[in-house]
Ligand binder design. Structure first.
Ligand SMILES: [Zn+2]
Length: 49
């Protein structure tokens, strides 16, 4: 089973990416460095509910 997750920019708190993850593989909150169109740079995006 895969969980649908939303990735939010930690700088501006906007939700920029929709993703999914393997529940068994990752138990901790996902953190990915992605491009934020609002910050206009790469920022850390965190999983949010
Ligand atoms: Zn941002």
């Amino acid at each position: 089973m895969r969980d649908a997750i939303t990735l939010a920019c930690t700088e501006c708190k906007r939700r920029n990416y929709m993703s999914s993850r393997n529940k068994k593989k990752n138990t901790e909150k996902l953190e990915v460095k992605k491009y934020c169109a609002f910050c206009r740079t790469h920022t850390v995006h965190k999983e949010t509910k």
